[in-house]
Design a protein around this ligand. Structure first.
Ligand code: FAD
Length: 475
C-alpha cells in the first residue's frame, strides 16, 4: 500500500544532467506505480514533482555556454529539455544560487530527495610559473567569453599576436582553435556574441599550435572535430612528420574509432595532397598544427608589460605502453602571445554539508546515490567527472533517476510523509531578497535574444549580463 503523497524531488543545475534526470523521474515514477497498482486493489498513483534550481536566470548549462556556436545541431537537445520544463509536474527556478541563496540542508528539509547536477564549474590549472600573466586563459573562461557567459565578459582577450598556443588536445581545444581561425563570415551566422565577433575581426592570429604531452595515438579529440579542422576554409595544417614515426605500424592493434581518427591525422600530416588541396593550402592565410610529446614548464612573460611572450615546453617520450609521458630533460621555447590551457574542467564543492572527493573532484557516489547521505543523489559531470558528450551525460543521468526510483520502491527513500517542496523554499528566497526566474520568464529572455539576433541575421544575440536578463524578465 502506498501513501498517496507525491514524491517531491529537487534537482540542482539545469544542464543536460539536470534536465535528463528530471525527464526520467517524471516519466518513470508515474509508469512504475501504475504498473504496481495493476497487481493490487488500490489505485494509488504517485506522480513525482520535480523542481529544478539553477544559478543563472537562463537554463541549459553547457549546451548554451559550452557547445561551440558553429555546432547549432548539438543544441537541438534544448527542444527536449523545453518539453520537460513545460510539463505540469516540472518547475524551473532560475537565478537561485544553491549553496549561497539556499543551502542543501534546507532543500533536503523541503524535498524527499535532492539531486545534485551542477556540473563542473572550476578548471584544472597547469601549475607552472607564469600562469597568471596577461594573455593566459583557461579554456573554460575563453569558451565562456565567446559563448556569452556573464562572468566571462570582462575577459576581453588581446588577439593582436600571431601565434596562439592551446594546451590540451581534446574536443574543447579543437573548438577553440576552430573559433580562433574560422573566417568571421562563417561565425557571423551563429549565436557567437557580438563583442567576440568584433574581437575576431581585429584578430592578428595566424597560427594555432595545439599541444599534447603524449603522442598521436593518445590524442583525446574525436574524428568529427578533427575533420572540421582539416577542412577549415583559409587554413592549412602544419605538422611535424617525425611525431608520427611508428604510428602507422601501431595502428593494427587499436580499436576502430581511434584507428579512423589516427588515419585521418596521418593522411593530413604525411600525405602529399592532391593538386586542388595543395592549391587550397598554398592560398591559406592561417595555419594550425598539433605538437606532440610536450608539457608546459613555464609561461614566459615580458617583465614590463607582464604579458605572455612565449611558453617553455618540456620534451617528453612515451613509456612503452604509451600510458605515461616521461621527461627527456630537453626543453623548447615557443614564441606566442596567447596561451589557453584546455586541460580539463573540474567540479567544485558548493555546500560544506555535501561529501566531496577533492582528488577526483566529484561527489562520491554509488550509482548516483551520494555516499553516506540518504535522500541525496548526483548526476552528470559532478557524478562522473568532466568527460563525455551530452549522450553520455544523458545515460548517467537516467541511471541516477533509476536509482532514486528504486529507492522509493524499496522504501529506502521514505516518501510517505508530505513535504512542502517549493512552497517553503520560495518563502525562504523571498525573505532573502532572491527573485527566482520561471521557465516562462526564460522564454521572455529567449524571445528577446532571438529578436535581437534577427536584425543581424543570427539565430540569437545573447544577453551578456544577469542584470540585462532580469530587466527583460521584469518588462
Ligand atoms: P553543465 O552543462 O555544466 O550544467 C550544470 C548546470 O548547473 C549549469 O547550468 C550551472 O549554471 C548550474 N549550476 C552550477 N552551480 C550551481 C549552483 N550552485 N546552484 C544552482 N545551479 C548551479 N557535448 C556534446 O555532445 N557535443 C558538443 O559539441 C559538446 N561541446 C562541448 C564544449 C565544451 C566547451 C564543453 C565544456 C563541453 C561540451 N560538451 C559537448 C559536453 C557537454 O556539454 C556535457 O556533457 C554536459 O553539458 C554535462 O552536463 P552537466 O549537466 O553535468 O553540466
Amino acid at each position: 500500500f502506498f501513501a498517496s503523497c507525491n514524491p517531491k524531488i529537487c534537482v540542482v543545475g539545469s544542464g543536460p544532467a539536470g534536465f535528463y534526470t528530471a525527464q526520467h523521474l517524471i516519466k518513470v515514477c508515474r509508469l512504475h506505480v501504475v504498473s504496481f497498482s495493476a497487481f493490487s486493489s488500490f489505485q494509488a498513483r504517485q506522480d513525482a514533482e520535480v523542481d529544478i534550481y539553477e544559478r543563472l536566470p537562463v537554463p541549459f548549462g553547457l549546451v548554451r555556454f559550452g557547445v561551440a556556436p558553429d555546432h547549432p545541431e548539438v543544441k537541438n537537445v534544448i527542444n527536449t529539455f523545453t518539453q520537460t520544463a513545460k510539463q505540469s509536474r516540472c518547475s524551473f527556478y532560475g537565478n537561485v544560487n544553491v549553496g549561497k541563496d539556499v543551502s542543501i540542508e534546507e532543500l533536503q528539509q523541503a524535498y524527499h530527495a535532492v539531486v545534485l547536477s551542477y556540473g563542473a564549474e572550476g578548471n584544472r590549472t597547469m601549475g607552472v610559473p607564469g600562469e597568471q600573466l596577461a594573455g593566459v586563459y583557461s579554456a573554460q573562461n575563453f569558451v565562456g567569453w565567446y559563448n556569452g557567459l556573464p562572468s566571462c565578459q570582462e575577459l576581453n582577450p588581446d588577439l593582436s599576436c600571431e601565434t596562439a598556443v592551446i594546451l590540451g588536445q581534446g574536443n574543447v581545444a579543437l573548438d577553440i582553435a576552430r573559433i580562433l581561425l574560422s573566417p568571421v563570415d562563417i561565425l557571423k551566422k551563429t549565436d557567437i556574441t557580438q563583442p567576440t565577433l568584433e574581437a575576431l575581426e581585429r584578430s592578428q592570429i595566424r597560427n594555432v599550435l595545439i599541444i599534447g604531452r603524449r603522442g598521436p595515438l593518445q590524442i583525446a579529440c574525436t574524428i568529427k572535430e578533427l575533420r572540421e579542422m582539416v577542412n577549415l576554409p583559409d587554413t592549412r595544417p602544419e605538422m611535424v612528420a617525425a611525431d608520427f614515426n611508428g604510428v602507422a605500424e601501431a595502428l593494427k592493434d587499436v580499436p576502430r574509432p581511434r584507428k579512423r581518427l589516427t588515419e585521418l591525422m596521418l593522411k593530413t600530416a604525411l600525405d602529399t595532397p592532391g593538386e586542388k588541396e595543395q592549391e587550397r593550402r598554398n592560398k591559406a592565410s592561417r595555419s594550425w598544427g598539433f605538437r606532440f610529446f610536450r608539457s608546459p614548464v613555464e609561461v614566459l612573460g615580458d617583465p614590463d608589460s607582464m604579458r605572455v611572450v612565449g611558453i617553455r615546453l618540456a620534451v617528453n617520450r612515451l613509456e612503452v605502453d604509451g600510458a605515461r609521458a616521461v621527461l627527456t630533460g630537453e626543453v623548447e621555447d615557443v614564441k606566442c602571445g596567447l596561451v589557453i590551457s584546455s586541460i580539463g574542467y573540474k567540479s567544485v564543492p558548493i555546500d560544506p554539508s555535501v561529501p566531496f572527493d577533492s582528488r577526483k573532484a566529484i561527489v562520491p557516489n554509488n550509482m548516483g546515490r551520494v555516499q553516506h547521505v540518504s535522500g541525496l543523489y548526483c548526476s552528470g559531470w559532478l557524478k562522473t567527472g568532466p568527460t563525455g558528450v551530452i549522450a553520455t551525460t544523458m545515460n548517467n543521468s537516467f541511471d541516477t533517476a533509476r536509482s532514486l526510483v528504486e529507492d522509493i520502491d524499496s522504501g529506502t527513500l521514505d516518501v510517505s510523509i508530505s513535504k512542502p517542496g517549493s512552497q517553503s523554499i520560495s518563502a525562504l528566497l523571498e525573505k532573502r531578497g532572491v527573485k527566482p526566474v520561471s521557465f516562462s520568464d526564460w522564454e521572455k529572455i529567449d524571445n528577446a535574444e532571438m529578436k535581437k539576433g534577427e536584425a543581424s541575421g543570427k539565430p540569437r544575440e545573447k544577453l551578456l549580463s544577469v542584470e540585462e536578463m532580469l530587466r527583460v524578465v521584469q518588462t
